[in-house]
Write a protein that binds this ligand. Structure first.
Ligand SMILES: Cc1cc2nc3c(=O)[nH]c(=O)nc-3n(C[C@H](O)[C@H](O)[C@H](O)COP(=O)(O)O)c2cc1C
Length: 460
């Protein structure tokens, strides 16, 4: 169960018609990013670049950029991705440590030049340089010795110097603990892993309650295999494409950016720096590219946040029957409810808008509106919402730091009640095609249209 490595997942994407190959020579500076952006907005497929200018290493990108590929990653039907993600990330399976793995096939020590080996992309026009955007940073908690990981943006500054944005737990917390003791933090930067490991790295660890390696095991249905990384006491994924070993230095902050972020804007921070002392990779490695401001990024973050925040909201709001996050960075919440009283949707809107700085807007609809279909949500707004009556605006709220319109993180928020008024069921009854007819037709069309029955075949 699960995929052993990135290569196996790429093979499955190809077999399922979800991968295009580009053989023309493209530069990692802007051109591969441009192709990822272009295809994200058009075919929506994953892409394998086999001819990367200046490198012998192919690049694969837009890997998890639609719900079909997320479903392939978890080996479920697209409509079950969210539920499976929630369930399996709670079914923890501990990793196993094995003595050797393919990631150790080629090893370079000290004084290496990262950019000679890794085709890191420069994504956006004003980016400070090439960035690793799919890197799992692995480290050990200086207090408990527990192993943790997370995805963190990494600027390659020169030969073996990197700048890292270590904000989120657990790695951000590990570094702050090491720094308080005046000690460097040993890290492994892991590139190119199977989709379960990648998805677990961005999952919420629920304030340290869950271990992301164990969540990866749950997602995969099998333990993650790790190998000891010689020299620093860390254990690293045995089937990764690349691993860089190094140390984050205490007491140092340097400008890291501008970097075109997932919000669609450039951001620069004063961030920690690390020195890489060892590079290891598999024979013929494959580099995993991730375009920061693409549909893929929003899908990934929305999946993670829907899973953790949606579980909390279900407990708090008994009428809630479905919940989605949409828009860039999940800033718009869609709520489907079984309404039992007038006024209830506005109370729910107020609760949701006040409960999380991330959520800037929210829409409440009835159970006959499918939240996975934004056209249906828009239909409900157009036909059930009256602005003078159903719009809620909240001022002076704590906003999301990545929203540039929220000055000093202070924002206004809005909510839309797009539910039907109670007692007017006749007027608001949604047209439906009878279910038996839909099921019969779906059965026929899923098998493909029988040959010889098309208008052309009938000579029409
Ligand atoms: C593509 C991508 C890039 C990310 N980059 C960073 C980063 O540079 N620094 C960071 O601290 N967190 C980054 N994260 C977020 C974390 O991985 C985090 O684990 C995730 O938001 C979990 O949710 P939580 O913060 O609610 O626990 C990134 C997430 C994704 C999907």
């Amino acid at each position: 169960m699960g995929y052993q490595d990135l290569r196996e997942f790429v093979r499955v994407l190809r077999e399922n018609g979800e991968l295009v190959e580009i053989g023309e020579s493209l530069s990692p500076c802007y051109e591969i990013g441009a192709a990822l952006r272009y295809l994200d907005r058009r075919s929506g497929k994953a892409v394998l670049f086999t001819n990367v200018a200046g490198y012998n290493c192919p690049v694969v990108g837009n890997l998890l950029g639609n719900s079909k590929r997320l479903a392939l990653a978890l080996e479920v039907e697209p409509e079950h991705v969210l539920e499976e993600f929630k369930t399996r990330t709670q079914q923890l399976i501990k990793p196993v440590v094995v003595s050797k793995g393919p990631v150790q096939e080629v090893v370079y020590s000290a004084d290496n030049d990262l950019l000679k080996v890794i085709p890191a992309l420069t994504h956006h026009e004003k980016d400070a340089g090439p960035y690793l955007t799919s890197a799992l940073v692995v480290a050990v908690d200086p207090d408990s010795g527990e192993r943790g990981m997370g995805i963190h943006r990494i600027l390659i500054k020169d030969k073996n110097n990197i700048g890292l944005f270590l904000y989120n737990p657990p790695i951000g917390a590990y570094f702050r603990k090491a720094e308080q003791r005046g000690k460097p933090l040993d890290i492994a930067v892991v590139l190119g892993v199977d989709p379960a490991l990648f998805l677990a790295s961005i999952a919420s660890d629920q304030k340290g309650k869950l271990n992301k390696f164990e969540m990866a095991g749950g997602l995969k249905g099998a333990p993650v295999e790790l190998v000891p990384a010689a020299g620093n006491g860390l254990e690293i994924p045995a089937y990764a494409e690349f691993v860089l070993l190094g140390q984050v230095l205490p007491g140092i902050r340097e400008s890291e950016g501008p970097f075109g972020e997932s919000s669609g804007y450039y951001l620069t921070y004063d961030n920690p720096v690390a020195i890489i002392h060892t590079i290891m990779h598999r024979q013929d490695p494959l580099y995993h590219a991730l375009m920061p401001y693409n549909r893929e990024n929003s899908l990934l973050l929305n999946l993670v946040w829907q899973s953790s925040y949606g579980t909390t909201l279900k407990k708090e709001i008994p009428q809630l029957t479905d919940f989605r996050l949409t828009s860039v960075l999940g800033m718009c919440a869609l709520l489907q409810i079984r309404k039992t009283a007038e006024g209830q949707p506005k109370e729910i809107l107020e609760h949701v808008l006040k409960s999380n700085p991330l959520i800037k807007s929210a829409v409440v609809v009835d159970t006959d509106v499918d939240l996975s279909d934004l056209e249906e949500v828009s239909w409900a707004i157009s036909t059930r919402f009256q602005p003078h009556r159903d719009l809620l605006v909240l001022n002076d709220m704590t906003g999301y730091p990545l929203d540039p319109s929220a000055e000093n993180s202070v924002t206004s928020k809005w909510g839309i009640d797009a539910t039907k008024p109670l007692g007017k069921e006749d007027l608001f009854e949604k047209v439906e095609v009878p279910q038996p007819a839909m099921q019969k037709v779906a059965g026929i069309l899923q098998r493909g249209i029988p040959p010889g029955r098309s208008p052309e075949a009938r000579g029409e």
